[in-house]
Design a protein around this ligand. Sequence first.
Ligand SMILES: NC(=O)c1ccc[n+]([C@@H]2O[C@H](COP(=O)([O-])OP(=O)(O)OC[C@H]3O[C@@H](n4cnc5c(N)ncnc54)[C@H](O)[C@@H]3O)[C@@H](O)[C@H]2O)c1
Length: 353
Amino acid sequence: MNPIRIGVIGTGSISECHLNAYASNSQAVITAICDVNEARARQAAAKYGADKIYTDYRELLANPDIDAVSICTWNNTHAPISIAALEAGKHVLVEKPLSRTLDEAFAIEKAVRASGKLLQVGFVRRYDPNVKMLRAFAEQGEFGEIYYAKASTLRRLGNPGGWFADVERSGGGPLIDIGVHVIDLCWYLMGRPKVKTISANTYKKLGNRSNIEHLSSYKSADYDATKNTVEDLANAIIRFENGASLMVDVSFTLHAKQDEGAVKLYGDKGSFEIDPAIAIVTEKHNTILNIQPQTDSTAGFAGQPAFDSEVNHFIDCIANGTKPISPVEDGVEMMKILCGIYESAAKGEEIRL
Ligand SMILES: NC(=O)c1ccc[n+]([C@@H]2O[C@H](COP(=O)([O-])OP(=O)(O)OC[C@H]3O[C@@H](n4cnc5c(N)ncnc54)[C@H](O)[C@@H]3O)[C@@H](O)[C@H]2O)c1
C-alpha cells in the first residue's frame, strides 16, 4: 500500500502529540508542516523530517502530494481550514472543539458530505486504551442502563492565556476547551442520547489570575495575559430524551484546594469511573463490589498512547475507507451541547433543544 502523506497545520503544544503519533505509524509519512509562525514550522519540520514548510495553509492544501491533514490551530480556524482541506480533496483530523459555533459546525458537516472525504474529530479521550476497555464492558451491558453521569474538570489555576482567553478566537473558555473532552466522553459512553433540555451557568469572577506566583500552569504557544474575555467557570445540568442526565462543572480558575477531575457514569446494574482513576462498582450476592481492572495504568487518560490510538485509527479509516468512531456528526452534536450551555447561561434559564 502507498504511504499516506500527511500535512500538519499548526505547530504549537498539541501538534507534538500528532507528530509523534504519525512518526511512529508505519503507513504514514510526515510530508509538510505549516504554521503562521515560520520559525515554529521550521523547527517541527526539522525534528520530524518533513520536506515542505508553509506559512499559509492554502499553499499546503494546493500541494497534490498531501493526502491528509491534522489541524492543530486556534479554534476560529478549524472551520475555514477544514472546509478548504476537504474541498482540496484531503482527509482531515481536526482538533477539538470542531468549531466555535453551530453554524461553523454545520458548514463543516456540509463540506464533508460534498467532498466524500473523511473527517475525524480529535475527541482523543475516546481513543484512550482504558476508555476503550470500559466501553466494551458498557456495550456488553455490564452496567445496565446508564441513567446518570458526572463530567468535571476543575483547574484551580489554568487559564492558558493568548488565543485560549480571547473569545473571538477560542469561542469560549474552560467549557469549550477542557469541558468538551469530559462532556463528550460521558455522552459517547452513555450511547449518544438526544439532548432535551440544558440549564447552565457561567461565571467570570476571578479573571485569569496571572498575578499568582509559585505555581506553574499550561500556557498557549503565544502566551499573553493582557486579554481575557472568557468565563472562569461553567456548570450545567443536561437532560436527555431517554430520561438520563449529565451534570457538568469546569473551570480555568477557581478557589479550589487542588485540581479535580471526575468522569463517572452510573447504571442500574453497576457503574464505572474514568477520572480521577478507572474503577468499576457493582453488586453481587447482596454485596457491593469495588473492582479494580488490571491494566497498564489506572489513569483515565494515558496521554501520548491515546493520541497514537487516535492517529492510528485515522490512518486505518483512510486506508480502509471506514467511518471514524468520532465522525463529524458527533462534533456537530457536541457543538449543540456546548452552544446550548452558553445560551442557557446567557439567558439565565433552561433551554430546550
Ligand atoms: N486534544 C487535546 O487534548 C488538546 C490539548 C490542547 C489543545 N488542543 C486543541 O488543539 C488546538 C491547538 O491548541 P494548542 O494548545 O496547540 O495551541 P498553541 O497556541 O500552543 O498552538 C497553536 C498553533 O497554531 C498556529 N496557528 C494559528 N492559526 C494558524 C493558521 N491559520 N495557520 C497556521 N498556523 C496557525 C499558531 O501559530 C500556533 O503555533 C486547539 O484547537 C485546541 O483546542 C487539544
